[in-house]
Design a protein around this ligand. Structure first.
Ligand code: NAD
Length: 441
């Protein structure tokens, strides 16, 4: 059986240890000969890498491990690049969240103005990763789950239309797991119909592989409880702020009672609720810096100090197993059905053929093939047209260095109440992002 060579871009990410542990847990299904970490922040990556190296000596001594900040070394002789970079790091995420909140507008990592600011930073970095991959390992596939996935995916379509990159999101996977608990199945026993943009979509059916339809049961449950479940089911999306988000799904469902909402829709359908419940001095970025970041880097430092891995310091990120599934689908042409972010090309028949949509796809050696979801109702269509135009304007603004188009993007976002507010937020963002964004004219 062929063994694969992997590079993880964003090696210093808080998610790296969990992903590495997950890959080690899946070695029988997806054998690996070499694992490299690549990051632009040498010091941050080194802490994670040294700890991972010790862990791997125990868990998988046959896997060749290395880490580097040199793109040539990182991207030479690799079959898959798993990319989870954060352009600008947590300090810039904090500003993405806090600047709009200062203006009374939703402050979130991927939705609304914060997502637009983050998108403008991520576009050049992801394009650079693609260029490294194509230069040093042209046969390689990039599995990208760096955010904001919607804007990144649109930028890939426009700027690198032939690149072997699949943009994918963990959120529908997490929600499907919650659904599976509600109906007493495992996620692998369920097939879904879903349509939308990334962080902006709806499940229209959830069925067992035997054909049993659970959609009505789930709608009844979610209308009362949201996606809150009794079981503690994952390592991610469990903080208090996420619990409130899962619960809020009941109010999202009330707007479209025949389809199950992605939780991120709360930023678009209830922006007033979100801002009322946000603390402009302490946002999700602060929660993560005080929580996950300290925990993961603390565990890494303990492993390095002890010089050994007990096996419990890093949690296996089982929730990220979809990344191994995706790599397997390409490597072994499994035709597994997965939600991916792809060019519509008629999958949603009454929606823009070129927009990047999130729909179920069959994934094989040629990449994802979208499955037809048919026509969608006027309400969802209207929302999606507005949001897809925002995403397209951001990419156009980036390519043309256009202040006007970025102002239009912010003005069009459903989370922003007026062109005046949009301009004020944009001007603050320009100052905060001068080391990252192109100069806008
Ligand atoms: P993080 O800041 O801990 O890690 C990101 C790493 O990327 C940092 O070490 C940083 O130095 C590095 N980086 C930044 N720009 C880079 C570049 N151009 N090239 C190489 N490395 C670069 O962030 P995090 O919270 O771990 O999130 C990482 C990304 O993964 C984010 O985009 C996040 O939204 C996404 N994400 C992934 C999952 C998942 O399931 N794995 C879940 C949620 C979010």
């Amino acid at each position: 059986m062929k063994k694969f060579s992997i590079v993880i871009a964003g090696g210093g990410s808080t998610y790296t240890p969990g992903i590495v542990m997950m890959l080690m847990d899946n070695l029988e299904r997806f054998p690996i000969r070499s694992l490299k970490l690549y990051d632009i922040d040498e010091k941050r990556q080194e802490i994670i890498a040294k700890a991972v190296e010790i862990a791997l000596k125990k868990a998988a001594p046959d896997v060749k491990f290395s880490y580097t900040t040199d793109p040539k070394e990182a991207f030479t002789d690799v079959d898959f690049c798993m990319a989870h970079i954060r352009s600008g790091g947590y300090p810039m995420r904090e500003l993405d969240e806090k600047i709009p909140l200062r203006h009374g507008v939703v402050g979130q990592e991927t939705c609304g103005p914060g997502g637009i600011a983050y998108g403008m930073r991520s576009i050049p970095d992801i394009m650079q990763l693609i260029d490294y991959m194509e230069a040093y390992s042209p046969h390689c596939w990039m599995l990208n789950y760096s955010n904001p996935a919607a804007i990144v995916a649109e930028a890939c379509r426009v700027l690198r239309p032939h690149a072997k990159i699949i943009n994918i999101c963990d959120m529908p996977v997490g929600t499907l797991r919650r659904m599976s608990y509600i109906v007493g199945k495992t996620p692998k026993e369920l097939d879904v119909c879903y349509y939308g943009l990334n962080h902006f979509g709806w499940w229209t059916s959830v069925k067992g592989k035997d054909g049993t339809d659970y959609t009505k049961q789930l709608i009844d449950y979610v209308s009362k409880n949201g996606y809150l479940t009794q079981q503690a089911i994952e390592t991610q999306h469990m903080d208090e702020s996420w619990q409130a988000t899962h619960k809020k799904a009941a109010d999202l469902l009330a707007v479209t009672p025949d389809c199950l909402p992605n939780t991120y829709l709360k930023y678009y359908l209830y922006p007033d609720y979100v801002t009322e419940h946000s603390n402009p001095d302490y946002t999700r970025a602060n929660e993560v810096m005080d929580g996950r970041e300290k925990k993961v880097f603390g565990a890494a430092r303990s492993i390095i100090e002890a010089g050994r891995f007990e096996g419990t310091e890093f949690e296996v990120d089982n929730h990220a197993a979809f990344i191994a599934d995706l790599a397997r689908a390409i490597a072994y042409n499994t035709q597994e059905r997965m939600l991916c972010i792809v060019e519509n090309k008629g999958a949603i028949s009454n929606f823009d053929a070129h927009a990047m949509v999130e729909v179920p796809c069959l994934v094989g050696s040629d990449g994802p093939k979208p499955l037809c979801q048919g026509e969608i109702p006027t309400f969802q269509l209207g929302l999606m047209q507005q949001q897809a135009a925002v995403e397209r304007l951001v990419v156009e603004a980036y390519c043309e260095h256009s202040y006007q188009k970025l102002w239009q993007a912010l003005t069009l976002s459903k989370t922003v109440p007026s062109a005046k507010k949009a301009r004020e937020i944009l001007d603050d963002f320009i100052k905060a992002n001068q080391d990252y964004w192109p100069k806008l004219d």
